[in-house]
Design a protein around this ligand. Sequence first.
Ligand code: F6P
Length: 743
Amino acid sequence: MRLSLRFIVPLALALAAIAYAVVPLVDQLTLKWFMRDLEIRSTLIAAAVQEPLQELVLGGTKAKVLRFFNKMTQDERLYAVGFCDAAQGRLVTTQAFPPDLNCKALDAFLARPTHLLPSAQGPLHVSVQGIEAEGESLGRLVLVHDMSFVQRRSEETKRYVFYFFVGLGAIVSMITVIIAQLSWRGWVQGMRALLRGEGLLRPAERINLPELRPLARDLRTLIRDLETEYRPRDESQITWSPEALKRILREDLKGEDIIVVSNREPYIHVQRGDTVEVRRPASGLVTALEPVMRACSGVWIAHGDGSADRQTVDRNDRVAVPPEHPAYQLRRVWLTKEEEAGYYYGFANEGLWPLCHIAHVRPTFRTGDWNQYAAVNRTFARAVQEEARTNAPIVLVQDYHFALLPRMIRELLPRATIITFWHIPWPNPEAFAICPWRAELVDGLLGSSILGFHTQFHCNNFLDTVDRQLEARVDRELFEVSYRGQPTAVKRYPISIEWPPSDDVMRESVEECRSRVRRRHGLGPHHAVGVGVDRMDYTKGILERFNAIERLLEIEPRWIGTFSFIQIAAPSRSSIEQYQDFEVHVRALALRINARFEAGDCPPIILKVEHHGPQDVYEHYRAADLCFVSSLHDGMNLVAKEFVASRDDERGVLILSQFTGASRELPEALIVNPYDIDQCAAAMHVALTMPLSEQRNRMRLMRGLIQEFNVYRWAGRMLLDASNMRVRGRLMTAETARSAAGR
Ligand code: F6P
């Protein structure tokens, strides 16, 4: 039934088109063509007979003219000929000449010399041509052509056109039917069915061919893998940008959403009197991840601790950020004061932070804190489950606040791809062993698909720790741990920053920044300025830095009154006693050094213990002659990279602690041991006197590195690895199923 419809409908349409459009069109066209043909013919005949006719009219008799005309009508198409004498108005005609046409009637032809006349044997074409001699009109020659042949030819043409279109309609109908058959029922469907493992035929006609199923499975996997493989896999060939990340998400990860989890939120809403302010926290993690999330969209889950955070979210606890151009969702998780105290201040920052940094502050571990830590990790795991739109989301777990979270997510969403990044150092196994919950922490982290650290050293330390703590298979060649039947790749991903830096922070010229910062602090235009930007944290080596400044002024007194160091220190974790003590020490040391070396209005140390937004921070970077990063231990330290990125003038010198991850990537900085006060003082002197050409050479190399290894590459490498892992996972599942079926 369907088949006949598919054949008949196009055919009927073709026939209707012939009857109502093609045939009348063909009729009109053939008539037009023959009319034009006859007009040309008549003009030619008139031109040819002009001379003999002149002679006959002027000198001959009517009989001679008639004889001449009879000869002319031997041409089968010339039906009749007549001549109307201009002088006497007499008409000489051959026999068949239409009787109604007399000289008078011919006057009507003057305006249009060609006419169609009906007659018994069919239409006649009448053409009237003037005959002149020496500029005087002798009369009018009338040529009458028989048009019946036109009708005959038109009939023939119509017949051929009809047959042609019927044939064409039939062919089109056949092709339609064949294509429909092929695509709707034929091999396309069969192929699809095969790929679904259903065999080649329609369900009703399906023959059970179990031997085809493994083939279909392999084919399916192969197609998917080929899709992934044919993309550029060599990360060094990719231009790392937000677009590159979007492409990876779209193509390699099939548009899967990203869920980021961190303790610190990227935007904090704070009540200031009657208004709500938005703040960007001082956090390396936020600096790195925020541009990544702007590129990837998705959801960022974090602790909402701003005083106006609750009033700015919707009923799902979400707010779209960045506030100016929303690009992703910030999902806030609320914690009680007790939870925050135990999980964040207690276990994370009094326990794990000093444990991992080994900065001579003893870690404190309390069972109550541990319980809160586990409970809060559980709360975030539920938030991840709520935010996941598929059962295999890509979750980026951030930092030491969430060591238990990967395992908890794995339990709730077994097919999730969990990428955990540990932003701080991982200590050696002996140091880590003092934690009472060391095994639980490592077990939790091994719920991850990928576990990332900034340096190879930290990856090694982690594998050593696993070896020591758990019954797991550690593959040191692949850097992979197999535990509880599931692999975790342990890899080095040195974090970085957005490149190029956003216009918002680079708007003012270096010159403007230099003069503005100097004016603000009452310093002369040529006053040498150093800068330090940190959270007020004992791991940052701020005391060591100040000691080095004091030493510089001792050994190179020419810098007294000509050099000042601006230390920006964002208040941090101030409910922790060690942080309070640390701030007291920092303030006291700055006061003491300033009192000792103050010359006029130019203190050697300008200490600013307050929050600074990114614009302020970059203004200081661009104003400074040197930037001093003296961390006693730091996973990476993005201040170092930000300083370099900010200096598009290729000036300024970076002094960098050898205990930062950044020192592995930026050897062109002046690398120092922050505990070696003399060395640091000497480095400051070298920096302040370094020729501009050397500053430029060093800056260029460092800028090139950051440009090439920007934060998009950091995130992109993890996402590419995750994508490969998902492909491998699918292959392994297929393989396992095949072997199970073969058994
Ligand atoms: O750099 C380590 C780090 O923990 C980041 O991961 C974090 O964002 C930053 O320090 C700031 O710490 P906090 O979030 O406790 O203020």
